[in-house]
Design a protein around this ligand. Structure first.
Ligand code: VG1
Ligand code: CO
Length: 546
């Protein structure tokens, strides 16, 4: 088969963000836009000839076309084998698992995660390396550099592979294996959790739950594992059919976007014991009890504190890591367990080294991401099964488990305020002004007895390879442990999104029943005042509060 070498012009905007390259579908559909970036990825890889590549995506609009293009380019580049999820579907954690299982050179995951899909929505592509984790910064920088110098790409002209049918196909000397997207992932989950106990609980009349797949990638996984394998009644999984536009919604599992699930769990007469949701590519999770929301930061702390109750973590955990803006609740658990707690920049790629060398077992982010060393990505369904396994062990409600955790460790009141689609120039001006104030903030008193202990822009030095990542978010730390953090999103595709993270610690159990936003109102005022948010952005309040 002849390899075609196609002349192309480089694009100057193919810089991967927090989690791969994300752009509007319109941008991705520009002639050669996808091809250029795929070639840029391939150009930065070593040892391609004969190696294995994992390929799949969250099923969003343009997924199928992209899969065919990438297959033809992989054949032209000399991969020996590509493993594709049936229908082009693989959740991010399932892809991470397959990379490890097949000892692949890496994987390409097509997803813009929680961003809206469809012709007017977003598309994305990211590369995960041989450990199953997102490419580290050094590699994404190399891809960006390669993309700017790209003048040709390689492709073989062949018919589309029928990715809906399981089987093995030959494509210009490369083998394409279309596999069941769910089964290897299910086997992995069976090796971690007590499936007998889970089945007993999920099939009993006395336990009721809903899992909201948000018309995204976890639908097939949740139907198979929760309903078929564990015997939860049909209807347990809602919005379980993956749709190219996610039914028009944002597949983002939070209180703002999982409205139907929220109303099921919060109804005055709710009969539900448990609710959960996952995002576009299946790596995020939201956990709900009856009229009760578990913050992702608390969730990580609680999973860590109770890990020994789960078969896969019976021998205890080596350490925990959390992204810098995530609340300090996990730190308290680590201190009590006598294990380290690492603070990393936002984005799962920063957990990879710590997981690879066994310094940590569990990790998580405030942005509804939780995971462990079983893969190198956050894992939505894994977190749901972990919580269910805990409920089955403790025979207690979600709310009681969280409240007793607070009683033991204190409560970290926590919330994130997102100001979306603000003008990029305004956002940068706000950050610059904030940065300029940093040297003057330490020691400064604010209302209600708060004093700044330190203020900086977070720099991370990876304890494993020594790499340094600067400018990872502005932190204002207070003497009482409260924190305000400011960051600009690295996953958006329109203008800028300012994220303001607020945290306040409360040891006194008598004060654990406050409304979260009321408890954090002082900090929000200070954040607005110091960063002059309204002045720079014209916004009086955040668009999305989680
Ligand atoms: C957001 C979250 C971050 C997460 C990233 C990818 O990034 O804040 O914690 O790792 O999304 O998640 P940013 O730069 O927009 O704040 V996902 O589910 O899109 O892979
Ligand atoms: Co995601």
């Amino acid at each position: 088969m002849t390899i075609q070498i196609i002349k192309t012009t480089p694009f100057d905007d193919q810089k991967p963000g927090t989690s791969g390259l994300r752009k509007s579908v319109k941008q991705f559909k520009k002639p050669d836009y996808l091809q250029n970036f795929v070639q840029a990825i391939f150009n930065t890889l070593e040892n391609v000839p004969g190696s294995t590549l994992i390929l799949g995506g969250d099923g969003r609009y343009f997924n199928r076309e992209a899969i065919q293009i990438i297959l033809r380019m992989a054949a032209a580049t000399g991969f020996g084998r590509v493993i594709v999820g049936q229908g082009g579907i693989l959740s991010t954690p399932a892809a991470s698992n397959l990379i490890r299982q097949y000892q692949a050179l890496g994987g390409i995951i097509l997803s813009a995660s929680h961003n809206a899909g469809g012709p007017e929505g977003d598309f994305g592509i990211k590369f995960n390396g041989a450990n199953g984790g997102p490419a580290p910064e050094s590699m994404t920088e190399a891809m960006f550099a390669a993309s700017k110098q790209l003048h040709e790409y390689r492709i073989v002209p062949i018919q589309p592979i029928p990715v809906d049918k399981l089987g093995v196909y030959q494509l210009a000397g490369m083998q394409v294996e279309v596999i069941d997207s769910v089964s290897a992932y299910q086997t992995l989950m069976e090796s971690i959790f007590d499936f007998d106990k889970l089945a007993a609980m999920l099939s009993s009349e006395s336990f009721k739950m809903r899992f909201d797949a948000m018309h995204a990638v976890t639908g097939p996984y949740a139907h198979q594992i929760l309903e078929q394998r564990l015997g939860a009644p049909e209807g347990t999984v809602i919005h379980g059919l993956p749709l190219a536009d996610f039914g028009g919604g944002h597949p983002d599992p939070n209180q703002a976007h999982a409205k139907e699930l929220m109303s099921l769990l919060y109804a005055r007469q709710s009969t539900m014991d448990f609710g959960a949701a996952s995002d576009g590519d299946g790596d995020r999770n939201m956990i709900l009890g009856k009229r009760f929301f578990v913050t992702p930061s608390d969730s990580l702390a609680i999973l860590a504190a109770n890990a020994r109750l789960i078969p896969g973590y019976r021998n205890g955990i080596a350490g925990i890591a959390r992204s810098m803006p995530t609340s300090q609740a996990p730190d308290r658990v680590a201190a009590k367990l006598g294990i380290p707690c690492f603070e990393t920049p936002t984005g799962w790629k920063f957990f990879g080294n710590l997981l690879d060398v066994g310094k940590i077992t569990l990790c998580g982010e405030e942005s509804f991401g939780t995971g462990s060393d079983h893969v190198r990505e956050k894992d939505g369904l894994w977190a749901v099964l972990f919580w269910l396994n805990l409920l089955a062990e403790k025979q207690d409600s979600v709310e009681n488990i969280v409240r007793s955790h607070w009683a033991e460790y204190g409560r970290n009141y926590y919330s994130r305020h997102d100001y979306e689609s603000i003008d990029l120039k305004d956002a940068n001006a706000l950050v610059d002004a904030l940065q300029a104030q940093l040297p003057t903030l330490a020691g400064k008193p604010f209302g209600s007895g708060l004093t700044v202990s330190a203020a900086d822009n977070f720099t991370y030095t990876d304890p494993v390879d020594g790499s340094v990542s600067k400018n990872q978010g502005i932190r204002i730390l207070f003497t009482n442990g409260s924190r305000i953090i400011f960051r600009l999103s690295g996953t958006g595709t329109q203008g800028a999104t300012l994220r303001v993270y607020l945290e306040k610690y409360e040891a006194d159990t008598a004060k654990h029943n406050q409304d979260v936003q009321e408890a954090l109102a002082d900090l929000l005022n200070i954040a607005q005042q110091v960063a002059r948010i309204t002045e720079f952005t014209g916004r009086e309040a955040a668009d999305v509060i989680t």
